[in-house]
Structures are given as structure tokens and as C-alpha cells.
Design a binder for this molecule. Structure first.
Ligand code: XMP
Length: 517
């Protein structure tokens, strides 16, 4: 792998993604990892990420010079660049000329390894207080900016490279080219980490892990569980059983997508548990959001647990017990929970958490090394239906937390109809990839007066909540074009009898959350 050494800013994961965009596998490791341990991973190259603004900042992490002496190509970025300069005997000084944001850089050597074929003036994204004022000996200075006399250096002999800026962010115009030049030319790597190869590799790993035991998977209809299931199916097809709990809180067409399209595309052995009545009666009369969430979570576990027991009994035998449970854990969860290896304290556990002691499964987590966009590429490679691969986030408790008020079958029907129209029109307008998700919320206990076809109506409002986001931690309301909103509004009020008003939520997160409950 290419190791991205994380010096503590949020940039390391982004760098790892950029390396992978160059079709080279990369992993993030903490800067506290011993050099021996890094080298044991046989890195093809090492990238030192950004971090604090200065190597002199309080508590600034240090760089063990052994990293630079191991014969592995190294690329330092921002803080990593300064740490490298310092470790190699250059000078890093407080010049009072910090640079933050878009900054013009002049490339003094456009035939160099990093800048080959690029213009002499480029815009780069800076974030530094101190600057390298003197390059280490043996390093060729290849770029400068107003605040950084030494803004880039290279040594082809030792395969050491660095830039003061952040090539991984989009504001650095030639950032990806610079990174690729390091990887392909500086480190001599070739980009053969493609979706097809990834599938082959993961399939092999699943077979090794699972042997001839049987495997259980909880399918939710979301991207992660679907792609994870499709991978395991490809690896050990006739040993896998998927359980889909239909809690009746999915949107229009989603249960069918799982039960028909997904099964047709992958051939999985699917057990569908129709628990719609059970969830409706458990939710009857409950309008408190937290209460609803608790009930849905609790019922889900009970139903899944029973289904798991049935599968263990019906599909497994003493020679081939149902021993493994598939989890759709992704790489960001692995990095954030601090673990390269082992430890399964992963947040996606809440989906199937709390299984009783006699149902302890070992975990198969085929997506542990992948970012979300890579999961999608793998899904496409495996033939998972596009509607599933590109599905926007949808909460586990489903429409249950999009009805403000208590949940009834009739209210679910109303919301499903309105939501279907909103989704159809947003898709038709080509907005699916711009919008992170667009909850449609039914204000079931609110009524307002309207007029339709000469008659007075007394119906419910629905709220459109289109949001743009990177990771759902923060979000902004999406400026959906008025004509698209108009069309959604007209169709919903015409086609869904009980709804006589459509309103738009124009609150960012914070202070609002994305969901209403
Ligand atoms: P909020 O409403 O907290 O939502 O801004 C952030 C993101 O999480 C989704 N969400 C959930 N996902 N189980 C889930 O799997 C849940 O209980 C849940 N609640 C909210 C929400 O759709 C948004 O993408």
C-alpha cells in the first residue's frame, strides 16, 4: 500500500482517497505508529499529511528521520513538508508571512518530477504559519510563493519530495497531477487498483476467512449492506443467507427493489420477514420521536434475532454452522475508531447490535477498506441495481421518523405517495447527485384550510427538506430551482388528496438536524 501518515488534521483521509483515485491502494496510519511497524506493511510509498500549522506549535508531532532513510519514496505535504525539511537538516522559521487559502505559486522547474508539463504559475491551497527558509542539502527547490521561499523540493536520487501546500484539495489547481506525478514517476508505481481488481481481491479474502461455514446478512436496502451482501454472494454464494426485515417504513418501491431486483441481480438466498403489522401495532399512538426510535430499534432487533435463529436452524448444520455475520462497515469508520486491525467497535453495529449470547457471530466486513464512492464502484462492478448503488442516505427508522405525530398505515400511505412524487421530480431534474438527501415530512397533526375545485379543503402540509452535505454532520438547504419546486408542489397537491400544502425547509444544520425527528 501507499501509507498516508496522519499528522492529526482531517486531511489524511482525503489524501488516501486521492491516492486511490489514481488507482493505487492506500491506507491511513497514525503518526504515532513506529517506523518498523510502518515498514512491516511494505509500503510502496509514504505520504506525510498536513497537521498543525507549524513544527514549532505546541505539541506538534515529530517525524522519525528513519522514515526518510528506509529507501521508500516519500511525499510531504504542508506540515509533512516542514517536518521533512526539519528532519533532513533544513531550516523552518517563523517569518511572520503565513499564508492561508488560495495562493499563487511560481514553479521554477517545470521539467521536474512533480511539475512536469505544468504551467509556471499555479494556484495552490495554503495553510501555514511558519515557512521553510532553507532547503535541506541535496534538495532541489522547485517552487516558491510570496510567503514561502521554499515551497516545494525534490530529490530524485533519494525519491524524496514535498510541497508546502495541500495538493489534495480541489482549490490546488494541479493538485491531483502533482500527486500522480509523485506516485507514477517519483515512486514508479502503476495504477492497477481498479474496481475489478478490488472485487477479485475481496472475494479471495472472504473465501479465506469464511471457509465452508455459513454466513448471515441483514439486508436493509441501503448501499452498504447491499454491496457487502453482493460481495459475499460472489465469494461463497451458496453459503449465504440474507434476511430482510420489512418493517413497513420504507419508501415506495424500496421493499420490491430488495425482494425482486436485488435478488434477480445477485441470486442471493433471501428470507423476507413481513413485520409490517408488528411495527404498526408497536408504534400505535406513539408520537414522541425518541420513543418511536426506541420502539423501532427494539422491534428490529427482536425480529432479526428470531429470523437469525431460524436461519441458524434451517440453513446450518454441525458441519457447516452459521458462524458469520456480514457487516457493511466502511473505511472511515475503521479509521475513526482508531483501528487498522481487529477491534470491531464500529458504529454500524447499532443496526444489528445487542444480539443475545447464544447468537454470537464472527464478523465478515468486506467493505472495511473502502470509501463510500469505492463501495458504489464495487457495487456497479458486481451488477447491483443502480437504484440501490446510488441510493441516498435513508435513516434506519425510515418513514417512522418522518411523520410528525403518531404512525398509522394511512399516514404512511400519504407520505409514501408524496415522497415518491418529490423523488421522481428531483430525479427528472437531474438533481440526485447534487442533493445529499431530501426527506419529505408529513405534519400529520397539523391541518390547514385550502381551496380546491371550488371546495374548501382541510388537509395536511408536507415539508420538503432538500439538503447538501459532505458527511451529514453539517448541511445546508439545497437551492432547488423554483420551477422544480413548483412542479413537486403542484403534483403533490393534485395527486395526494390529503395534502393541501407543500412547504420548504430553509434551515441549515446546525441549528436544524436533517431529519425532523
Ligand atoms: P440528522 O437528522 O441527525 O441526520 O441530521 C444525519 C443523517 O443520519 C441519518 N439518520 C439515521 N440513519 N439510523 C440511521 O441509519 C438512524 O436512526 C438515523 N437518524 C438519522 C439521516 O437521514 C441523515 O442522513
Amino acid at each position: 500500500p501507499v501509507l498516508v501518515v496522519d499528522f492529526g488534521a482531517q486531511y489524511a483521509q482525503l489524501i488516501a482517497r486521492r491516492v486511490r483515485e489514481a488507482n493505487i491502494y492506500s491506507e491511513v496510519v497514525p503518526h504515532t505508529m513506529a517506523v518498523d511497524e510502518m515498514l512491516a506493511k511494505e509500503p510502496a510509498a509514504i505520504v506525510l499529511s498536513g497537521g498543525p500549522s507549524s513544527v514549532y506549535a505546541e505539541g506538534a508531532p515529530s517525524l522519525d528521520p528513519a522514515v526518510l532513510e528506509a529507501g521508500v519514496p516519500v511525499f510531504g505535504m504542508c506540515y509533512g513538508f516542514q517536518a521533512m525539511a526539519q528532519a533532513l537538516g533544513g531550516t523552518v522559521a517563523h517569518t511572520g508571512l503565513g499564508e492561508y487559502g488560495s495562493t499563487p505559486a511560481s514553479i521554477s522547474d517545470s521539467v521536474s518530477t512533480l511539475f512536469n508539463g505544468q504551467p509556471g504559475d499555479q494556484s495552490v491551497w495554503m495553510s501555514h504559519g511558519d515557512s521553510v527558509t532553507e532547503a535541506p542539502s541535496g534538495m532541489r527547490v522547485t517552487a516558491s510563493t510570496a510567503g514561502a521561499p521554499v515551497a516545494a523540493f525534490e530529490d530524485d536520487e533519494r525519491h524524496l519530495y514535498g510541497v508546502q501546500w495541500h495538493p489534495e484539495v480541489m482549490h490546488s489547481t494541479f493538485g491531483q497531477r502533482v500527486l500522480e506525478n509523485f506516485l507514477y514517476k517519483g515512486a514508479g508505481l502503476s495504477g492497477d487498483w481498479t474496481a475489478a481488481n478490488v472485487v477479485d481481491e475481496l472475494v479471495g479474502a472472504i473465501r479465506d476467512k469464511v471457509g465452508d461455514s455459513r454466513v448471515l446478512c441483514a439486508l436493509s436496502g441501503g448501499v452498504d449492506s447491499s454491496v457487502a451482501a453482493a460481495l459475499v454472494q460472489k465469494a461463497v454464494g451458496d453459503q449465504l443467507t440474507c434476511v430482510f426485515v420489512d418493517h413497513g417504513l420504507l419508501r415506495s418501491g424500496e421493499a420490491e427493489q430488495v425482494e425482486k431486483e436485488f435478488v434477480a441481480a445477485t441470486g442471493v438466498d433471501l428470507v423476507v420477514v413481513d413485520a409490517r403489522e408488528r411495527f404498526l401495532s408497536a408504534l400505535a399512538g406513539v408520537s414522541d420521536p425518541e420513543e418511536k426510535r426506541k420502539i423501532i430499534g427494539r422491534e428490529f432487533i427482536r425480529v432479526f434475532e428470531q429470523a437469525a435463529r431460524d436461519v441458524v436452524g434451517s440453513r446450518g448444520d454441525s458441519d457447516h454452522p452459521v458462524e458469520f455475520l456480514v457487516q457493511g462497515t466502511l473505511y472511515p469508520d475503521v479509521v475513526e475508531s482508531g483501528g487498522g486491525t481487529g477491534a470491531a467497535n464500529i458504529k454500524s453495529h447499532h443496526n444489528v447490535g445487542g444480539l443475545p449470547d447464544d447468537l454470537q457471530f464472527k464478523l465478515v466486513e468486506p467493505l472495511r477498506s473502502l470509501f463510500k464512492d469505492e463501495v458504489r464502484q464495487v457495487g456497479l462492478e458486481l451488477g447491483v441495481p443502480e437504484a440501490i448503488v446510488w441510493r441516498q442516505p435513508f435513516p434506519g427508522p425510515g418513514l417512522g421518523i418522518r411523520i410528525v405525530g403518531s404512525v398509522t398505515a394511512e399516514r404512511l400511505e400519504i407520505l409514501r405517495a408524496a415522497d415518491k412524487i418529490a423523488r421522481e421530480e428531483l430525479t427528472a431534474a437531474g438533481l440526485d447527485r447534487d442533493i445529499w438527501q431530501c426527506p419529505v415530512v408529513l405534519l400529520a397533526d397539523v391541518r390547514s384550510v385550502g381551496v380546491q375545485g371550488d371546495g374548501r379543503t382541510y388537509g395536511h402540509p408536507v415539508v420538503l427538506r432538500p439538503v447538501s452535505s459532505e458527511d451529514a454532520m453539517t448541511a445546508d438547504w439545497t437551492r432547488v430551482p423554483y420551477d422544480v419546486l413548483a412542479k413537486i408542489s403542484t403534483r403533490i397537491t393534485n395527486e395526494v388528496r390529503e395534502v393541501n400544502r407543500v412547504v420548504l425547509d430553509v434551515t441549515s444544520k446546525p441549528p436544524g438536524t436533517i431529519e425532523w425527528e
